[in-house]
Write a protein that binds this ligand. Structure first.
Ligand SMILES: *[C@@H]1O[C@H](CO)[C@@H](O)[C@H](O)[C@H]1NC(C)=O
Length: 352
């Protein structure tokens, strides 16, 4: 009796799974990359018809080609797995059609996803926070060290074969004994504090909308922006880009920083007003900067920022590790599976 009813439950379950994947197989999901991790593709392919577009290349020519391909593939899709920083425009959404239910961005930031327009159209948005925090935090620490120890100038010496000799080499700044100020103590900011503990930092301070219990647990003190700017030796930008945070580092805020301050940005390029940063670095008003994000991306190779010896730049590689990219892709895929099969989204973005 028990065995029979168990069998019944199992059969029913199998039937439901089969039926739901048969029913969802005619839903189309577009992945905007052709080097999306295999494990994540499999998750999608189990349920849906998956279309893939050439990786949306950064160079203009590649971008135009991929754009055509994308616009050809997008009509009729139920979800987009968005693995590029190409903006989700109205045009793109119109082209996709009214059956589009979800955009799943393979990133933590979603400023490029046109959240207002998605909300207006009732399209759900999911992102991949948390899974990328450790990798981005590692890059943030790398940028702090790279800028403070003047990797740009020092690497240049090595490349030229002209090492400065003597006691007074290109001297840098210590993390040891410093005050580290974090603008935006979210997952990434917290992960940075955890990683910096071993560097004997004297004091962690942070600012944001409100004091956070995680801050207390990490021994970081909540302060206002002005205090953070005027007291920090290292300033980390790990806040999302919003209308409120855009250009929050500008001429005025740079002027409040210490002369030995090192600014690190792992958030978004537009948190910083770049012309003002250029001037501050050029005039040695602050000591150095380390950027993983810029405006635009890529930064043209003849951009004047790249003439600065006290700037250390990376090409937006914060989350670019094998493990992290795989985890991001799988989370993005599972979000779509849940979204299109009526289950709760794993990491929804609350659209305001
Ligand atoms: C500079 O940033 C501060 C703080 O984010 C802001 O209050 C101010 O309006 C900004 N100033 C300019 C000129 O953008």
């Amino acid at each position: 009796m028990i065995i029979q009813s168990l069998l019944g439950v199992v059969l029913l379950h199998l039937w439901q799974c089969g039926a739901s994947s048969i029913m969802t197989k005619d839903l189309k999901v577009l992945v905007s990359s052709n080097d999306f991790p295999e494990s994540a593709l499999k998750i999608l392919q189990e349920h849906f018809t998956v279309l893939q577009c050439k990786y949306l290349n950064f160079d203009e020519e590649g971008r135009t080609l991929a754009r055509e391909e994308l616009l050809n593939l997008i009509p009729g899709c139920s979800a987009l797995v968005w693995s590029s920083n190409l903006p989700i425009s109205k045009e793109l959404l119109d082209k996709a059609g009214p059956q589009l239910k979800q955009v799943s961005t393979v990133s933590a930031g979603y400023n490029h996803c046109n959240p207002d327009e998605l909300k207006a159209r009732g399209i759900k948005l999911t992102n991949t926070p948390n899974v990328l925090a450790p990798a981005v935090a590692e890059i943030a620490v790398g940028l702090m060290l790279g800028a403070a120890r003047r990797f740009t100038e020092n690497l240049d010496q090595v490349r030229r074969g002209q090492w400065e000799i003597g006691f007074d080499k290109v001297l840098g700044q210590d993390l040891r004994g410093s005050t580290v100020g974090i603008i935006g103590l979210g997952g990434i900011g917290q992960a940075v504090v955890k990683r910096l503990v071993g560097f004997e930092v004297a004091r962690f301070i942070y600012t944001g909308h409100r004091e956070k219990p995680e801050g207390k647990a990490l021994g970081a003190e909540f302060v206002n922006l002005d205090t953070l700017l005027s007291q920090s030796d290292f300033i980390l930008l790990s806040a999302p880009l919003t209308d409120e945070t855009r250009h929050m580092i500008n001429e005025t805020t740079l002027a409040k920083m210490k002369k030995n301050a090192i600014l690190v940005n792992v958030g978004r390029g537009d948190l910083v007003e770049q012309e003002a940063l250029y001037n501050a670095l050029k005039n040695k008003q602050i000591y150095a900067a380390g950027l993983d994000v810029t405006t635009p991306e890529p930064l043209p190779k003849d951009h004047k920022l790249l003439t600065l010896p006290n700037l250390f730049v990376l090409p937006h590689i914060g989350s670019a590790t094998v493990r992290t990219r795989r985890e991001m892709a799988e989370l993005a895929a599972n979000n779509v599976v849940n979204g299109l099969t009526g289950k709760p989204l794993i990491t929804p973005v609350q659209l305001k």
